[in-house]
Design a protein around this ligand. Structure first.
Ligand SMILES: Cc1cc2nc3c(=O)[nH]c(=O)nc-3n(C[C@H](O)[C@H](O)[C@H](O)COP(=O)(O)O)c2cc1C
Ligand SMILES: Nc1ncnc2c1ncn2[C@@H]1O[C@H](COP(=O)(O)OP(=O)(O)O)[C@@H](O)[C@H]1O
Length: 324
């Protein structure tokens, strides 16, 4: 089985029907202590919220849980918007699992869920359906129709409805920078992979199935495994030092290009990775490539030969990164 899928966390998908009744794929536990949020990136700020729910679960002798949304609420409201995601759902689930969470409640975000008022959301979803004993959220959590409910309202609903709450303040790094999904997005847009790593607590990673390309890479001795970027935010186009996790658990060092390959007149954006000291065929496998450092912006070369020389230089820099 692939190591890139969550294994021990129990995932329960649930939603509300038009008559506000519960739709769940399995029976729900009673009394869980849950962290709630969109948690795109599961960055260090998110991790504090989730750890707070785990602490409360332990104190109460109840299971711990994370409540997240699928699709991401922003994707639901802006269906034709620009790709902005830091993670796919399966990556989020693995990150929750790594923190030691027992359950993930994945709420289907649709017209029915989004039309619940903040009060109905708290009463129906948090109390009646999930039967929570505790809810942790970040200071800027909003819930219910048009985001009408804020963190302070969650505390008031908890008092009324019988669950405890913990609202975590805004987390900052040593220099006072806010640890947020937007800060990760800004770092990636400027190619600052190390800053993204610092805020996330792990490198930004792209999960996808290896697809066929033009098969030109191998002719210049740089075969590259190609991934499409789907819903992921496009980071700054350029060459990055990377590591790629294969489904069997191996993690291979390499160098990647993210962009449209102007030299060969490429049109779609790809993440293309040359793996060091590797010669296997991996088409169709689901792999995850992690961004470690930025080497240079993507360029248009006059010839394939010139590009090959540049790629040799990139590979040498990336190898040096791993030897430092
Ligand atoms: C380390 C590295 C750097 C690259 N840099 C560029 C670049 O600056 N400009 C560009 O057009 N393509 C660049 N490429 C992409 C190549 O154009 C691409 O790998 C080649 O065309 C083979 O494509 P294929 O996998 O579809 O056969 C780079 C690829 C690698 C692995
Ligand atoms: N060192 C390597 N790095 C990346 N891919 C490799 C490597 N060795 C073999 N491969 C295989 O070669 C394929 C890439 O070859 P390439 O000529 O670039 O074709 P394509 O254009 O289809 O990506 C990869 O998808 C993978 O299956």
């Amino acid at each position: 089985m692939t190591v890139l899928l969550p294994r021990s966390i129990k995932v329960i998908t649930l939603g509300v029907a038009a008559d506000q009744s519960l739709e769940a794929d399995t029976p729900l536990p009673v009394g869980a202590s849950a962290a709630i949020g969109s948690f795109d990136g599961v960055h260090i700020g998110h991790q504090h919220v989730i750890e707070s729910a785990i602490r409360a679960a332990k104190a109460k002798g109840m299971p711990s849980a994370v409540i997240c949304f699928d699709p991401h609420p922003q994707s639901f409201f802006h269906k034709d918007g620009k790709a902005f995601r830091l993670m796919q759902l399966s990556q989020q689930l693995r990150a929750f699992e790594a923190l030691g969470v027992d359950y993930a409640f994945v709420l289907t975000f649709d017209a029915h869920l989004s039309s619940l008022s903040a009060e109905d959301f708290a009463r129906l979803i948090l109390r009646d359906y999930l039967k929570l004993s505790h809810v942790s959220a970040g200071f800027d959590f909003q819930f219910g129709k048009r985001g009408g409910g804020h963190a302070k309202d969650l505390v008031a609903f908890g008092d009324q409805l019988g669950f405890t709450t913990d609202i975590l303040p805004c987390q900052t790094d040593a220099e006072g920078h806010k640890l947020s999904s937007s800060a990760v997005r800004d770092a990636l847009l400027s190619g600052d992979a190390p800053l993204a790593t610092e805020i996330l607590g792990r490198p930004q990673a792209y999960l996808g199935e290896v697809i066929h390309g033009a098969k030109q890479g191998r002719t210049i001795d740089f075969p590259t495994l190609n991934l499409t970027l789907g819903d992921y935010l496009r980071p700054r186009y350029g060459i990055y030092v990377t590591q790629t996790a294969l489904p069997d658990g191996r993690v291979i060092n390499g160098v990647s290009n993210i962009g449209v390959r102007p030299t060969v007149g490429g049109d779609i954006e790809l993440l293309e990775t040359y793996l060091f000291d590797f010669s296997e065929e991996v088409y169709g496998q689901v792999v995850e490539t992690r961004l470690l450092d930025f080497i240079r912006p993507e360029a248009k070369f006059d010839s394939f030969d010139e590009m090959k020389i540049a790629i040799q230089g990139d590979a040498a820099k990336a190898r040096a990164y791993f030897q430092a």
